[in-house]
Design a protein around this ligand. Structure first.
Ligand SMILES: [Zn+2]
Ligand SMILES: [Zn+2]
Length: 878
């Protein structure tokens, strides 16, 4: 492999990422072995939409589980993380039909075969785009096991599940009122509908009572549906309408009589208390219609156009044009009594955002209750755990109120429903393979034209991808999987259904834990969207800051149960972190011989003992954070340890040791860097691989190296305590220098007032290091700090210290400077106090942000106090 000392001068992520990304693939490092005897850790990746373009949500959804997988792999697990793509029926239809429309074509015009040919071409061309982009993120996926929801084996699994559920009576066909998107021209399941409050109107329409001069007024939000009314309903105990019981009213515009029915479900305080009943176009009316045996008149078709049944004046009109015309006609005839403003929830298609239309038609359904019961139980008894745990509540709420699932879609791209209808006797045959004739009358058969809901197939993802229905080795080794990482928005669409199907067809849960990640938002916590212009594109960020910086940013922001407030500044900050690591590593590598020296315990210095003690503590804390998926905590630990302890202090100490040619320091330096790289690898895989490969005595890939464990023998409280003294004196000396604008190069004397014998002796023993770190000519101890030498004073831990200035300080100038500085600090403190005094901010802002603000305020207050004292001292002495 590489030789030492040839690490490039500056870190350039691009070539490094390309090199190692390719290396990992070529070497097949992430290809799992189903025969391995190691404990397994398996995951299936939520299949990416073939229409997809990488966005920040993907980046998050890949980075966090990749951190876990790489960590587990380094811990010796046989990791299998399976990638794949989803055929995304509706999304693909929308893309292709839009293109057809541009050429004046429709899918019906070109026909099913031609449409599917275009869809396959399109899939072959674009599925690679999203997988290529995913590879850039460095996710350690097993690409040898990549699957597609419409590949041959997976399709067979889908059909087998359909057939077997049908044979058990858990799939049935029914003439039912379902949600239909007139734009996408397919029905949708209940959860594919987004309800939005719209400001609409409530129209009051007068219906004449048959054979009488009386009339009754009904209120409706959808006047166009009145053309399909087949009854008028009142509450049985509503005395206002008792005289109508058993009567009929005349449906305006259609001039046909419809019965008045009574039903307890009528809300007496809605509108006038009398309601029109349109069984074919409203879910409540549909139920009423079934109960009372009402006729179902369809006046709006699947494309949102009025049918012949709506009458010659309306037939062919769009539903909204028909509404206007109905209102116009009713007004002309004096039947429109009044109009009120009315806000109400209206269902919209989750794909195209058009208003959905209740639609009566033959559809296929999954009888869900028997499947749901078991799926509720496995979460209740803890077999499956949601992280964070409160998501289980959301899951239960939905599962307890679950409705049968409409799975047929009037689309072509997808798994075609394996049902055939006899042209002669109407018999329905459901089978794995197409039957050639009706098994009852021998008549010719037609296959159901519809395909299955895309979520029906993705529900089988955890076992369908592993070779089911064959009893494969993969299935035996890797099912159930260990972790499912996904967004909260698909808990119902996907997570719940995978649990139901896994239990039904494998008799086992599909995964043990469900990690729900937050949404990636902008710094003001707004959703990223094209219209807001606040999208941060992950590919652009990778280009600018490197993949490692992007990954580290996402991890650092991932607080369980919270959305992420992303900014480019954070990425720039972590790019600087990568550079810091790079430079520190170059220093270490330049000082290393080609072989790793060994530590001689007798020669070990205070700094060596200290960094080992800290290293071991951080290793333990990091593992604890990862066990709990506290990515932000893990990232924060690494950042501070690497930057502030390893780079800022240890390397500085090591320079002193290296000057003395201390082989043990060299050994500790190399060992600590090695461990740091391995701890950081799951977060920043590329830069760590590059540096690690330059370290002498390492192996094939850091991805396969062992994850560091805490070393019990390294804990050293005495070293940590002494180190704290050295750091305090050094930091305070540097602060005094900075405050007095004394160049770091100017070597000065430092006088330390003795504290306890133990502390004084400990500091004295480290004099060589303090001299070097604080830029001193001498370190002197005195029982009392001398007066009258213009000593620049400060406090460092238990010590009072005084820096002897090289030339007399200009007191007036110093006073002005202190005053200016104080004013600045006061302004900032005031701002923070105001913010923290705002109850709304404290309640709404993430706890980490509030804590950051608080600690910043405390910092400012401490500094203010110190400067204030210095200023008072100056005023006294002048
Ligand atoms: Zn739609
Ligand atoms: Zn037949």
């Amino acid at each position: 492999m590489n030789t030492k000392n040839d690490l490039a001068k500056a870190y350039d992520p691009k070539p490094v990422e390309e090199k190692w990304g390719q290396f990992w693939l070529d070497e097949g490092l992430f290809v799992a072995d189903a025969k391995s005897t190691k404990p397994k850790f398996s995951m299936v990746l939520p299949p990416a939409n073939v229409t997809g373009i990488l966005h920040m949500g993907h980046a998050l959804c890949f980075t966090l589980p990749d951190i876990i997988t790489r960590w587990k792999r380094m811990q010796g697990f046989n990791c299998m993380w399976l990638p794949g793509t989803d055929h995304a029926s509706i999304a693909v239809h929308n893309v292709i039909e839009k293109r057809l429309a541009e050429k004046g074509l429709t899918r019906e015009k070109i026909g099913r075969d031609e449409f599917l040919r275009i869809a396959w071409d399109w899939k072959d061309k674009y599925a690679g785009v999203i997988t290529g982009q995913l590879k850039k993120l460095g996710a350690s996926l097993d690409w040898s096991r990549e699957r597609f929801t419409m590949d041959e084996g997976f399709s067979r699994a889908v059909i087998q599940v359909f057939v077997s559920l049908y044979n058990e009576g858990l799939i049935y066909r029914d003439y039912f009122l379902v949600n239909r998107c007139p734009h996408c021209r397919t029905v949708l399941s209940d959860i594919e509908i987004e309800h939005k409050d719209l400001r609409g109107k409530l129209w009051y329409i007068r219906y004449a009572v048959e054979g009488s001069t009386k009339s009754v007024v009904v209120a409706t939000t959808r006047p166009e549906t009145m053309l399909g009314d087949t009854a008028l309903a009142v509450h049985p105990e509503d005395e206002r309408y008792a005289h109508l019981h058993g009567k009929r009213v005349i449906l305006p515009l259609q001039n046909r009589p419809i019965p008045v029915i009574t039903d307890e479900r009528v809300e007496r305080d809605f509108g006038t208390g009398a309601v029109k009943v349109t069984p074919a176009h409203d879910p409540v009316d549909f139920e009423l219609g079934k109960k009372h045996g009402l006729e179902q008149v369809i006046v709006i078709d699947g494309a949102g156009k009025m049918t012949e049944a709506a009458g010659p004046e309306f037939a062919g009109l769009d539903r909204f044009a028909a509404r206007a015309k109905v209102i116009e006609k009713l007004t002309e005839q004096g039947l429109l009594v009044k109009v009120e403003e009315h806000e109400h929830a209206v269902g919209h298609c989750y794909r195209c955002q058009n208003i959905i239309e209740p639609h009566l038609s033959w559809q296929w359904f999954v009888r869900i209750k028997p499947l749901a019961d078991e799926a509720i139980r496995v979460v209740e008894n803890g077999s499956i755990e949601f992280v964070p745990g409160n998501w289980a509540k959301t899951y239960f709420e939905w599962m307890y109120n679950i409705h049968d699932w409409c799975i047929s879609r009037q689309l072509w791209w997808g798994h075609r429903i394996p049902a055939w209808y006899c042209r002669d006797c109407g018999r329905i045959m459901v089978a794995m393979e197409a039957p050639d004739k009706c098994d009852k009358c021998g008549g010719a058969l037609d296959q159901d034209p519809d395909v299955l809901d895309t979520w029906f197939s993705s529900a089988l993802w955890p076992f369908g991808t592993l070779g089911w229905p064959e009893e494969t080795e993969d299935l035996r080794t890797f099912y159930p999987t260990d972790l499912m990482s996904t967004g909260f928005d698909i808990i119902f669409f996907w997570v719940a259904r995978m649990i139901m199907m896994g239990l039904k067809f494998r008799g086992e849960i599909p995964f043990r834990q469900v990690f729900i990640n937050g949404l990636v938002r902008d710094l003001k916590r707004r959703k990223m969207s094209k219209s807001e212009g606040n999208i941060i594109d992950p590919l652009e960020m990778i280009d600018k800051y490197g993949t490692d910086a992007l990954r580290f940013t996402l991890a650092a922001l991932a607080v369980p149960g919270m959305d992420l407030a992303l900014s480019e500044e954070r990425m720039a900050g972590y790019q600087a972190f990568a550079n810091k690591i790079w430079n520190a590593s170059r220093f270490v590598l330049m000082n290393l011989k080609s072989e790793r020296p060994t530590v001689r315990e007798g020669e070990i210095s205070l700094a060596d003992r200290w960094i080992r003690s800290r290293m071991s503590a951080v290793t333990a804390e990091l593992s604890a954070s990862l066990e709990q998926y506290k990515f932000y905590e893990a990232a924060d630990l690494l950042y501070h340890f690497i930057w502030h302890e390893f780079c800022d202090w240890y390397i500085e100490f090591a320079k002193v040791g290296l000057r003395e040619a201390n082989a043990t320091t060299e050994a500790v330096l190399a060992d600590v860097l090695d461990r740091i790289l391995r701890l950081l690898h799951p977060f920043m895989p590329f830069i760590t691989e590059e540096i690690w490969q330059h370290l002498p005595g390492t192996g094939r890939s850091i991805a396969l190296a062992s994850f560091p464990v805490p070393e019990a023998g390294w804990k050293d409280e005495a070293a940590e305590k002494t180190m704290a003294l050295v750091q305090a004196v050094t930091v305070e000396t540097r602060t005094i220098r900075a405050e007095n604008k004394i160049a770091p190069k100017e070597k000065l004397r430092l006088i330390v007032k003795t504290a306890s014998r133990e502390d004084t002796a400990a500091l004295e023993a480290q004099a060589v290091s303090v001299l070097a770190l604080a830029g001193l000519t001498s370190l002197e101890f005195a029982a009392v700090l001398p007066e009258g030498e213009g000593l620049l004073k400060g406090v460092a831990g238990p010590f009072e210290i005084g820096l002897v200035p090289g030339k007399p300080a200009d007191l007036g100038q110093e006073r002005d400077r202190l005053e200016r500085e104080l004013a600045k600090l006061e302004a900032e403190a005031e701002k923070l106090e105001r913010k923290l005094g705002n109850a709304e901010f404290v309640a709404k802002a993430p706890t980490v942000v509030v804590a950051e603000n608080r600690s910043r305020l405390a910092e400012i207050q401490a500094r203010r106090e110190k400067l204030g004292q210095n200023l008072a001292g100056l005023t006294r002495s002048s």
